[in-house]
Ligand binder design. Structure first.
Ligand code: DQA
Length: 152
């Protein structure tokens, strides 16, 4: 079985998880989410993860475009850029047929302020998982790996 390489991208303010509005996002930190996700990747066998976070839209756009030929899939929490960034949305669409992406959110954005109900980035993804705090990432990884394995 071919090893699947998955790029896990995280947008602005997700470096503050743990202390950032814990009633909404939970108390897990980026590091603890990465640790749990790596344990899940190990269980899935033949899955390698690369975890990145940036507060800069430009980093995320560049990382998505550069994923072609280096990664088999992307898990992305675009954070606030979900609702604002045509650039991130266009980057996801540009690689969609080549590097499929799953959008993930800790909170259920549909149960929050109206401005968070719309995702500009979701149309460039194969699917979206939200509302399960850190566990959303685990569900996203399971879904993406199953998608990639059934595709190949
Ligand atoms: C978020 C939801 C976004 O609306 C918000 O801007 C974030 C985090 C989430 O994971 O729930 O920063 O993407």
């Amino acid at each position: 079985m071919k090893t699947l390489k998955i790029l896990v991208l995280n947008g602005p303010n997700l470096n503050l998880l743990g202390t950032r509005e814990p009633e909404i996002y939970g108390t897990e930190t980026m590091d603890s989410i990465a640790k749990d996700l790596n344990a899940c990747a190990e269980q899935l066998d033949g899955v390698e993860l690369e975890f990145r976070q940036s507060n800069s839209e430009s980093d995320l756009i560049t990382w998505i475009g550069d994923a072609k030929g280096k990664f088999d899939g992307i898990i992305i929490n675009p954070a606030a850029f979900t609702h604002t960034s045509l650039g991130v949305a266009d980057a996801l669409k540009a690689v969609a047929g080549i590097v499929p992406a799953v959008e993930v959110h800790l909170s259920n954005t549909h149960a929050r302020e109206e401005i968070r109900h719309k995702s500009l980035t979701a149309p460039g993804c194969i699917g979206q998982i939200m509302g399960f705090k850190g566990y959303s990432y685990i569900l996203a990884l399971q879904a993406l790996v199953s998608y990639l394995r059934s595709e190949k």
